[in-house]
Design a protein. Structure first.
Length: 220
């Protein structure tokens, strides 16, 4: 992964280590930096801590050792963790984690409840256009294809305009032409928005198609 000078680092992970209780280390001594607007593919064998890394950056886990800094703000240390909702970090989970009882529009607007209704509606319309789901805002998750569900999950994560986007195996549930189309759309959209992103993937072809650079965890 390309080295980033300290003054240019937008995301900085320093000597990060994590384990559950007294169990084996899931991550140990991990350090890397990401410049603003770069898309990084996180790859490596199963069990090497790829998803755990995203959860630590999102604030869903507390590091055993090390620090995580985003845009100059210390997000996590072993003693202090800023809550997920105050981090400016969006996350797309592998299983999409859509609310089945909410429509497409309601899922996208879920994190915008503090904004005035006209502003929420305008933001939802903008995101529907960006992820190419215009006309499907009243549908429910079970009425959508896998690719469409992933687009809704992406739109929901982008709705609050996060500083950093995390995506956990976003293409693993898709195949063939649908997968290729979604990869192309995600790559286009992230670059159009100038988004800084970490994308976990086990597929080297997916990594090459979507990312600017790569971070590999574990053995080569």
């Amino acid at each position: 992964m390309t080295d980033v000078a300290a003054g240019e680092a937008f995301l900085a992970v320093n000597d990060l280590a994590f384990r559950y209780g007294k169990g084996p280390w899931v991550l140990e001594g991990l350090s890397f930096s990401v410049a603003k607007g770069r898309i990084v593919a996180v790859s490596g064998p199963s069990g090497r801590g790829k998803t755990t890394l995203l959860r630590l950056i999102a604030g869903l886990e507390r590091p055993t050792r090390g620090t995580i800094v985003l845009d100059g703000l210390v997000l996590s240390t072993p003693r202090r963790v800023i809550p997920p909702e105050r981090r400016g970090v969006g996350m797309v989970f592998q299983d999409y984690a859509l609310f089945p009882h909410l429509s497409v529009a309601e899922n996208i607007a879920f994190g915008l409840f503090r904004r005035p209704r006209p502003e929420r509606a305008a933001r939802v319309r903008e995101l529907l256009r960006l992820v190419r789901l215009e006309g499907k805002e009243e549908r429910y998750p079970h009425e959508l294809s896998g690719g469409e569900q992933q687009r809704v999950a992406l739109a929901r994560a982008l709705a609050p305009a996060p500083k950093l986007l995390l995506m956990d195996e976003p293409f693993s549930n898709l195949d063939g032409a649908l997968k290729a189309e979604l990869i192309a759309d995600v790559s286009r959209l992230l670059r159009e928005l100038g988004m800084t992103a970490l994308v976990v993937t086990h597929d080297s072809d997916d990594a090459a198609a979507v990312a600017d650079e790569a971070l590999r965890l574990g053995a080569p």
